[in-house]
Ligand binder design. Structure first.
Ligand code: PBG
Length: 335
């Protein structure tokens, strides 16, 4: 038998023997500071709905969202990301509702910022909640999502959110050149300090299914897909190019989405580009953990916290997760 020459002098298990030395050598730690809580908002008042494929997640109107925002602040979660549920009657081909200053998102942003000025408010910039066809951009007669025409709509949408007081606008549409176009529009409007969280490496993922149920865009999209703008899950280098372009266009933060199957992308972005790197643990990932947990097949809390610390290990500075409030509570209870 060939023996390891380092053995027995080197014993890896020595440091693992006790809690104190395990804690000392721990490289990464999850804290509430790392978390962003996504919320689905409804027109109000007094509206609260569950989402069947996302147990524990509710869609709420602004008056009820105040309580959620208060909990986030109490738990030390720095920011909320807003996703609107737009009534069918307000959806259209051209998505005009997306930049209505009296629309749902600007109303909710203004309400939250007025009550909780210290809470970070992030808005999603993409047209899918507003289009009758469910695509993230404007389409031509063949159904193709037109890039440059969509940029103009996104610029108006981002400007409308910033005017309402959004701290961060987060383009999740994957059009080419949108970060530069949005940056120019924000600057022209005097919003030079409004941050851009770019969904730089957003993949055409099947893990978004429950989200599309939650915002009610699945039906609109029908059998359609987003392959002409979201990335192919088989690609890596393309993600690095996307992030590099968004750096050049002036984005402040860079998102990889989805999360757990894409940890290699998170690691490469962080190691090769050294930028503020974010990851989105998407609805399908949440649904899987919830479903297996509810069946008693896995320990939901332990598996969720493990997934979250693994995002940190992979290089994420921040994590968008439907577990944000639960995770912050679990961390607090074990502190
Ligand atoms: C669309 C958008 C999607 C998600 C966030 N913004 C889905 C899509 O591209 O259809 C998915 C988030 C999730 O699954 O949790 N702009």
């Amino acid at each position: 038998m060939k023996t390891n020459p380092a053995f027995p002098a080197t014993r890896m298990r020595r440091m693992r023997r006790d809690d104190f030395s395990r804690r000392l050598m721990r490289e990464h730690e999850l804290s509430a500071n790392d978390l962003i809580y996504p919320v689905f908002v409804l027109p109000g008042p007094g509206q609260r709905q569950t989402v069947a494929s996302m147990p524990g997640v509710e869609r709420v109107s602004l008056d009820l969202l105040y309580g959620v925002a208060e909990q986030a602040l109490e738990l030390g979660v720095p920011a909320l990301a807003l996703f609107p549920v737009i009534e069918a009657a307000k959806k259209s081909e051209q998505a005009e509702e997306a930049w209505n200053p009296e629309g749902l998102v600007p109303t909710v942003v203004a309400g939250l910022k007025q009550r909780f000025p210290e809470l970070g408010v992030i808005t999603d910039v993409a047209l899918d909640p507003y289009t009758s066809h469910g695509q993230d951009g404007l389409i031509d007669a063949t159904g193709y999502v037109m890039n440059d025409e969509t940029l103009e709509a996104l610029a108006k949408q981002a400007r409308c959110h910033a005017d309402a007081g959004a701290d961060v606008v987060a383009p999740s549409d994957m059009m080419d050149g949108r970060v530069a176009r949005i940056r120019a529009e924000l600057d022209a409007g005097g919003h030079i300090l409004t941050r851009i969280l770019a969904y730089s490496a957003k993949y055409a993922s099947s893990y978004y299914g429950p989200f599309r149920d939650a915002v009610g865009s699945a039906g609109n999209l029908g059998g359609g897909n987003k392959y002409t703008y979201q990335m192919d899950p088989a690609n890596t280098d393309e993600a690095l190019r996307e992030v590099a372009l968004d750096i050049a266009e002036g984005a402040d933060m860079f998102m990889v989405k989805p999360g757990m199957p894409y940890l290699d992308i998170v690691r490469r972005v962080k190691s090769e580009l050294q930028v503020p790197t974010f990851v989105y643990q998407v609805s399908g990932e949440y649904a899987m953990l919830k479903a297996a947990g509810a069946n008693g097949w896995i320990d939901e809390k332990a598996c969720a916290l493990e997934a979250l610390v693994c995002f940190k290990r992979a290089g994420a500075d921040g994590i968008l997760t439907y577990f944000a409030l639960d995770a912050a509570r679990w961390l607090k209870a074990s502190a």
